[in-house]
Design a binder for this molecule. Sequence first.
Ligand code: S3P
Length: 435
Amino acid sequence: MTLELGSTTARSLRGSVRVPGDKSISHRALLFGAIAEGETRIEGLLPAEDPLSTAACLRAMGADVGPIVAGEPVLVRGVGLDGLTEPESILDCGNSGTTMRLLLGLLAGRSGRHFVLTGDDSLRRRPMARVAIPLAAMGATIAGRAGGNYAPLAIQGRRLHGDTVTTPVASAQVKSALLLAALTADGPTTVIEPARSRDHSERMLRAFGADLEVGGEGNRSVIVRPGAVLRGQHVVVPGDISSAAFWLVAGAITPGADLTVENVGLNPTRTGILEVLEQMGAAIEILNPRQMAGEPVGDLRVSHGPLRAFAIEGDLIPRLVDEIPVLAVAACVAEGVSTIRGAEELRVKETDRLAVMARQLGAMGARLEEHPDGLTISGGVALRGAEVDSETDHRVAMSLAVAAQIASGTSRLRRSAAAAVSYPGFWDDLARLQS
Ligand code: S3P
């Protein structure tokens, strides 16, 4: 689908928007609900393609996951820690790296059962050895293309050994896969990551009853002791800060804008975007801070104003990893030269987001330099409307829509439908906020 965006008569953005449920928390609520005893009731689950992939895989293994309808609670009747059955066919994870990686960890320990995981063209190109290798150290048997790095991946489930495992990258998907594998291992497991990644699994597994402890230097290690029974919970999913990020940047860079984004999850392992926008001098206020089912939440108000360049690197990267494409758009508008370093992980997301953003923003007249691990972006450049392409990546699609908002003239965005992977209502919300 090609969408026409922006116009020569610039329109501002005003009003309130409620972003859909957090994608990371939605996947976890479905997965943990499926392996708990009893019923899990999920409110605010993200009704988008990625969580639907997780739900379909779980149903194919005997979990009773009720219909996923926007605005209605989702009921999951769990099968217990070792209750998933061998599926009759291949499990399709679609575009979702979280589905594939977390399932690898969960299924590797399902003794005597065989599973095959695949995904779309993008997912079959994403590295899985980062999960398969540490799982193999716990005794898992996983085979796939290119020595087990790429799907389709075959898992022969077996009893795993508890171990101390150091993850090769700061990735919540890798960490979570190992935590799931650890739940039924033959002894305690310690997972140590190089920098702290989002901690939704730790919070939610504990709430479900897992015996799990976070500690060590910089809270980078998690110990799981097997044996605890998970019990169905009532989960309330806050809005996704990674979806809110598009409105935060759009509001900060669009002349005359004043937006309130309601009900946004503010887990400190995810709020790097707010720190960078603050560093840029953006006018952002947190309203009604509150707690929702173990996660901090608030409403965010943003209005247009002058912005300074930013520099991001190191341990901050995992705390805003999905927001870098839209931050690249903000950097085009800011005064000065912005730098993003230590972000080589972006090359193995749904697309190579460093290359794709450099290519697509470049087509709009941005001045960017691409590095192996980041971008250097010169600000104060007037973007112009252009023919651009999401290259099938949801976050690229929405970032380019934000760029088109402040570009002169009209842009045409190819493959705009990619947004439905994490934010199906994005185009409707954009039209409403513009009017
Ligand atoms: C996710 C973790 C991040 C993020 C992805 C969702 C998760 O990936 O980019 O969108 O739900 O655990 P990595 O953990 O691989 O960095």
